[in-house]
Design a protein around this ligand. Structure first.
Ligand code: ATP
Ligand code: MG
Length: 264
């Protein structure tokens, strides 16, 4: 009897199909990702950001849950976005979604090196929405790595990225919004995957988490995000003063805080 050829791996992709719909969310059941985001101020790498990046690296390496808290407006969200490469990622996804014949260029280096999904629950997120949003956020990063490596995304051909296997860290911003059930869902997701999780919230979130023993027992690292130093604050404000066009506005006067806190 002739030896039979092993069956070719199944593919979901058609001819001339690189599976980019998996990366842009254009699958029909998802909303697209083509809307243009609001302008964000340019990011300044501060000492607090470097501390945050070290913390996130540690959580990711050890695949623990980490909790990060800090007062409003100190830069937690910007730090997390910068760490995960979220802005580059959004821009790349929009380029990808622009059309089949467009070349979006390589997957952004920040996404490839961070392997991090950033997810922000909406204020009224239901249990069902959370159940869908968590895997979706993580799966996209896993697929982005597939796309980088193989030039296409095919969930059947590259099972290593199935179940978000290539995503190493999930950052949940505004974790205070999660109610008991939502926190339990995050814990359950963490238990069923091999990735670290960072929960970012306001001061007090760490005390609230302590009331959930099963979640709390998985927290390996805690990090306080401190306010910017006066020098860094002056640098951020100076930059905003210029990027927001205030410095060149007719009749613009140099605000008092620049005179009292630092130069310009
Ligand atoms: N490193 C930074 N570079 C540039 N701007 C910064 C930086 N850190 C903070 N800012 C400024 O502070 C604002 C608030 O930052 P961000 O939204 O990240 O704060 P937050 O800590 O997440 O606040 P909240 O707890 O309210 O969510 C930004 O819009 C930006 O103008
Ligand atoms: Mg924030």
């Amino acid at each position: 009897m002739q030896p039979t050829e092993p069956p070719a791996p199944l593919s979901l992709l058609g001819r001339n199909d690189d599976g980019r719909r998996f990366l842009t969310g254009a699958l029909g059941e998802f909303r697209g990702v083509t809307s243009t985001p609001p302008d964000r101020p340019p990011f300044l790498v501060t000492k607090e950001h470097r501390r945050f990046a070290e913390f996130a690296d540690t959580v990711r390496r050890h695949r623990y849950i980490g909790v990060c808290w800090g007062p409003p407006g100190v830069g937690k969200t910007l730090s997390a976005r910068h760490y995960a490469g979220t802005d580059d990622w959004g821009q790349w996804q929009r380029a990808l979604a622009a059309g089949k014949n467009t070349d979006p260029g390589p997957v952004p280096a920040a996404v490839l090196s961070a392997r991090t999904a950033l997810w922000t629950p909406t204020v009224t997120a239901t249990a069902k929405e959370i159940d869908q949003a968590l895997p979706r956020a993580c799966q996209q990063i896993s697929w982005a790595l597939d796309y980088h490596q193989h030039g296409h995304v095919d969930p059947l051909m590259h099972p290593e990225s199935a179940a978000s296997g290539l995503t190493e860290l999930l950052i949940v911003d505004e974790a205070d919004r999660l109610k008991t059930v939502g926190l339990e869902q995050v814990r359950d997701y963490y238990d069923r995957h091999h990735m670290g999780v960072v929960l970012i919230g306001m001061p007090g979130v760490e005390r609230r988490l302590a009331r959930y023993p099963q979640l709390y027992s998985r927290i390996g690292f805690a990090h306080e995000y401190r306010p910017l130093s006066p020098d860094e604050l002056t640098a951020v404000l100076t930059r905003r003063w210029h990027t927001d066009g205030l410095a060149t506005a007719p009749g613009a006067e140099v605000p008092d805080f620049f005179r009292t806190v630092g130069p310009k």
